[in-house]
Design a protein around this ligand. Structure first.
Ligand code: PHE
Length: 338
């Protein structure tokens, strides 16, 4: 390459490393490759050269021109990223259909828990929570469940260690709240419970309960019945009937199991209600004085009621769902219906 061309090449390389903006790159392009730029000036020399030298000189200029052009294009491309090409401004067309996004939804179990919270908050209940990994004391002892009770065996409870387990009922929260607070108490406690049941259409090793507890002076069984009736009518609708059957729980006395008229067949009888017209949704009763003793409450002064409701159960009844496993399979065809 001739000395003159080498000088131009070197000068270009010195200048190109200093460019920082697109504008500077464009200016350098005009300076070297423009119609009256440095490269064009060099070309003008060709006709004045001896005929034999012209071809090789022309080739050298062309290859220098290509080199400059390639380097500048690279710079211009890099500096133009994110910038719209001039003259091709995007036009916003407001008549085009919008992009459809599929907003997420709350899981039906979460929705039911929120519906239950709504009803009970209107009745003055606060929401409380307790741990899922629990001491045996809170799951059994403090709830007046004798040490030889069958529910304590590992056929009915998941043990982590001798005295640590996965809670099998939300009644644990009754004790934890009463240990911390003095009456009056009015709480509901939603949460997950665990039982080693074989999974089928109606059973799962993990499900949700909502516990309720009200303690005050002069609380009677009529208050329990009125509260539950209010809940059932609000959640299921005015046409649903409630009935109480005598039952037994170690931590309530007297105790009852609460049925509602089958919402699927309106009480006429179907496979869901085993053709009885009624389905059980919760256990309830008046707090046993032994439980008050465990939390150092004066059982002469205070009375109270408690209940424990199956969240999956009421959701299935309300929406006519026939298999509990649908709640846990994450199938959007099911979940998107709620
Ligand atoms: N904990 C009971 C159960 O899981 C339900 C219950 C709660 C019964 C409170 C009475 C009072 O079956």
């Amino acid at each position: 390459m001739s000395e003159e061309l080498q000088n131009v090449q070197k000068k270009f390389h010195d200048e190109v490393v200093t460019i920082k903006t697109l504008q500077e790159a464009e200016q350098l392009k005009v300076k070297y490759l423009g119609r009256t730029g440095i490269v064009s000036e060099l070309m003008k020399v060709i006709p004045k050269l001896p005929v034999g030298d012209r071809a090789s000189y022309g080739k050298q200029i062309n290859s220098l021109k290509d080199e400059i052009s390639r380097i500048l294009t690279e710079h211009i491309d890099k500096l133009s990223i994110g910038k719209k090409p001039a003259g091709k401004r995007e036009v916003f067309d407001p008549t085009l259909p919008g992009k459809m996004y599929n907003p997420g939804k709350k899981h039906p179990i979460t929705q039911t828990i929120e519906d239950i919270k709504d009803v009970f908050s209107r009745l003055g209940f606060e929401v409380a929570y307790g741990p899922e990994v629990e001491l045996e004391y809170y799951n059994f002892d403090a709830l007046n469940i004798p040490s030889d009770h069958p529910s304590r065996t590992d056929f009915d409870t998941f043990y982590i260690k001798d005295d640590i387990l996965l809670r099998s009922q939300t009644s644990t929260v009754q004790i934890r709240i009463m240990e911390k607070q003095k009456p009056p108490i009015r709480i509901i406690a939603p949460g997950i419970v665990y039982r080693p049941d074989t999974v089928d259409a109606r059973h799962s090793f993990m499900f949700h309960q909502v516990e309720g507890l009200l303690v005050d002076e002069g609380v009677s069984f009529a208050d329990l019945k009125g509260t539950l009736n209010q809940f059932i009518k609000s959640y299921f609708g005015k046409n649903i009937e409630m009935r109480l059957r005598p039952s037994f729980f170690p931590f309530t006395e007297p105790s009852a199991e609460v049925d509602i008229s089958c919402s699927l067949c309106s009480g006429k009888g179907c496979s869901v209600c085993s053709y009885s017209g009624w389905v059980e949704i919760l256990g309830a009763g008046m707090v046993d004085p032994n439980v008050f003793e465990a939390v150092h409450y004066d059982a002469e002064k205070y009375t109270g009621f408690a209940f424990g409701l199956g969240v999956e159960r009421v959701t299935m009844l309300k929406y006519g769902i026939n298999d509990i496993r649908l709640f846990y399979e994450n199938d959007l065809r099911f979940l998107s219906q709620f």
